[in-house]
Ligand binder design. Sequence first.
Ligand code: DC
Length: 234
Amino acid sequence: MSKIIIAIDGYSSSGKSTMARDLAKRIGYVYVDSGAMYRAVTLYAIEHGMASTDKGMDTGKLIKALPEIEISFRPAGEDGIQHTLLNGVDVERRIREMDVSNLVSPVAVIPEVRKHLTSLQQQYGKERGIVMDGRDICTTVFPDAEMKVFVNASPEERARRRVLELVQKGADVNYEDVLKNIRERDHIDTTRKESPLKRADDAHLLDNDKMTIAEQMDWLLNLYKKITGSENRD
Ligand code: DC
């Protein structure tokens, strides 16, 4: 079978980016982190005084600036992680910081932002052979994707994982703040008018609360093999 499109949606910090990236590497596909694109737009808005926690969002100014926001990805280097570039500058670390996390959901509800990024994401999919993760990939970006997965885990487990990840990166965070941020994002992501996060009818459910990374990979590879009738490359 020729290359397919693999769409993975799920709640924030459900581990979907890690599994999507590892799956892409394993089967020789391109990986696109659509959340990183929303984060890059948010960082642009923060840096240009269009978004802040005190003053709110200058939506009109951000919509006007969209054509000036160029987002690209640099393939994984020694760290094994693909880096997001905003207007040519590596912002991979910066877009994961708390101020961006706190403002990204309000940016992601803006219909013009979604339209702009959805169209860029669809262009990435033209060549197929892609794994993309996000919130609306199965439902809006690639409704015809051959393989669709919806990932879920409890908010408490996701907060625990996120704290571990941030602490490992040297950040000073506490569990309650992270859990609060996760709950707020879940609420905004699932209740927004434009492309809310929901499981597509034909998406396979992966509940990974009690699964290890290796078990998740087996689960994904089995599904991939079933859909494509192929063996993986190892
Ligand atoms: O996956 P993430 O936490 O890096 O995503 C950051 C934010 O971007 C998340 O709060 C919701 C938004 N997002 C979205 O609305 N649609 C996507 N396809 C991906 C992310």
